[in-house]
Design a binder for this molecule. Structure first.
Ligand SMILES: [Zn+2]
Length: 293
């Protein structure tokens, strides 16, 4: 069933777990994510990133995501990831998305606030939830759902872009967003070195905003880091790069070990590998203390 982000994350708050948000720019990835969610009987977020319009336009992929969400036997939110302006947000809502992210984090604070308020007024009228970003989440430059024009940051610059807990309080109160994408050390794409997450900052942000925190760049962390993040207020984890990598390497392996190749077999190999990785991640996000291998 299709639900909005506020509804799915309110339940996650009550249960102290996080819901995985998976970018699904191919039919294989949508099927993998939905099958994983139904198998675990757990809620899920299907995301379409604006930057992935280059792979498949939202006009084609959006209705497919909505259809899968409506037919699923678990709660599913269909979410626009890193929307850059009101036009793309309106388009997503017209298609039937139940949640949107507006990323105006590259703007100065006043313009970010003004832009987000405009989006919230438009979206909330239609029962669509809004996520916004404060601070800047870096990109490793390898894979991931990077923001438009998101340049990889130089080492040492990162701390300056971390979310300020006091500003976060003001930002959430003024804009009335449903969830905040905060920057506390995660990176979009493939990690080039062990991330060092600032959990004290995350806890301070969560305490100040009293709203779900969203972790971007959420694939490739240790199980321990996920659990600490969830126990510190993270309720939505954007997970993409490592699942996409799992699909690609399963295909590579299949091609190397089979001589009689057909394209349709590759889609099944990819789907199964993505599904396996999504299930592994979801079991951690559900935060039930199970050891996942
Ligand atoms: Zn992101």
């Amino acid at each position: 069933m299709l639900v909005n982000l506020k509804e799915i994350l309110t339940k996650a708050e009550a249960g102290n777990y996080a819901v995985g948000a998976f970018n699904s720019p191919t039919l294989e990835s949508v099927r993998a994510v939905i099958e994983a969610a139904e198998e675990l009987q757990a809620p899920i977020i299907l995301s379409h990133a604006e930057v992935h319009n280059e792979i498949i336009p939202i006009e084609i992929m959006g209705p497919i995501l909505i259809d899968f969400a409506k037919r699923a036997n678990v709660p599913v939110t269909v979410h626009l990831d890193h929307g850059s302006n009101l036009e793309i947000v309106k388009k997503a809502i017209d298609i039937g998305f139940s949640s949107v992210m507006i990323d105006a984090s590259h703007m100065n604070y006043e313009d970010n606030v003004r832009t987000v308020i405009e989006i919230v007024e438009y979206a909330h009228r239609q029962n669509v939830s809004v996520e916004a970003e404060l601070g800047m989440i870096a990109s490793s430059g390898i894979g991931g759902e990077e923001t438009k024009g998101g340049e990889p940051f130089a080492e040492g610059d990162l701390i300056d872009y971390y979310t300020d807990p006091l500003i976060a309080k003001d930002f959430v109160e003024i804009t009335e967003i449903d969830a905040l994408a905060a920057s506390f050390g995660t990176v979009h794409g493939i990690y080039l070195k062990e991330p060092n997450l600032d959990f004290d900052r995350l806890r301070a942000i969560y305490k100040n905003i009293q709203r779900p925190v969203v972790m971007h760049g959420g694939s490739g962390l240790s199980e321990e880091d996920y659990v600490t993040a969830i126990n510190s207020g993270v309720r939505k984890i954007n997970y993409y790069s490592y699942a996409a990598k799992a699909g690609a390497y399963a295909i590579k392996d299949f091609i190397e070990n089979n001589s009689n190749l057909f394209y349709h077999d590759l889609t099944v190999v990819a789907k199964d590998a993505i599904k396996k990785d999504v299930i592994r991640a979801m079991k951690i996000f559900l935060n039930k203390g199970e050891v996942v291998r």
